[in-house]
Design a protein around this ligand. Structure first.
Ligand code: 6PG
Length: 239
């Protein structure tokens, strides 16, 4: 149901390079197949060097639609803005603005922002067709979350929307968020999981085993229709 590609701790540069090249290949493959590539990006620390490496590659920027998997309810200028980070790292100021589809999670009315993003997805993909990203990147949190589907909040069962607003979790120091829902993650043609560091071993092993999605939300990817490949750096799994 998934593939795992592991890099040892000493292979950091090859890890970043290989993941960026894999993304480049998926993007170019989609463009040559149907003229455009629809990509959705996750936030966090793992994608940052990968995005910077990808920015050095020769991408057909006029053919790529960039979306976000999730966005934290912070100002775009904040260090914690997934959009702000990816925009800077990928150099998206070079891309046609109409192809950069940010989630407006800085809107105090998060439900309205979620509805607007859903409408945008429907328009881009075609109202009658499935919202199937060519490639979607996800990470995993120490608590087993993926995208902004967090444990114990009922977020993995949301199936009547493409985009959901997730309330703040002050006890974890987390702000509110917008996230693509599990049905969208599972509809992607290719899910690229990226995770680094020994602390990801436990949540990832749990995510790759059947069990409660409410406890380990990354398990939703076990029902993905497309390919799921985890690219790991310094995570040695026992499966
Ligand atoms: C976010 C994410 C989130 C992330 C994981 C892993 O905005 O926080 O999209 O799901 O992918 O928390 O984050 P790291 O790459 O920092 O480990």
């Amino acid at each position: 149901r998934y593939h795992v590609i592991s890099f040892g701790p000493e292979y950091e540069a090859s890890y970043v390079d290989s993941v960026a090249k894999a993304l480049e290949g998926l993007i170019k493959g989609a463009v040559s197949k149907h003229g455009t590539a629809r990509v959705a990006l996750s936030g966090g620390s793992t994608p940052r060097p990968i995005h910077r490496r990808l920015a050095q590659m020769d991408l057909p920027l006029d053919r790529i639609d960039w979306f976000w998997v999730d966005e934290r309810a912070v100002d775009v200028a904040s260090e914690r803005s997934n959009y702000g980070a990816a925009f800077a790292d990928l150099g998206l100021d070079r891309a046609p603005p109409e192809r950069v589809h940010r989630m407006e999670a800085d809107d105090p009315d998060l439900a309205a922002a979620a509805a607007r993003y859903e409408a945008r997805l429907r328009r881009t993909f075609g109202v009658a067709s499935a919202v199937a990203f060519d490639v979607l990147t996800v990470g995993i949190g120490d608590d087993g979350h993926t995208a902004s589907l967090f444990p114990g909040m009922g977020s993995t069962t949301i199936d009547d929307r493409l985009v959901a607003a997730i309330p703040a979790q002050p006890h974890k120091g987390l702000e509110a968020r917008l996230t693509l829902t599990a049905p969208v993650l599972c509809e992607a043609l290719f899910v690229m999981g990226i995770a680094r560091g020994k602390q990801k071993k436990k949540p990832l092993e749990a995510a790759l085993r059947d069990g409660s999605e409410e406890e380990v939300p990354a398990r939703v990817l076990l029902r993905a229709r497309g390919k799921v490949t985890w690219f790991l750096h310094d995570v040695r799994l026992k499966l």
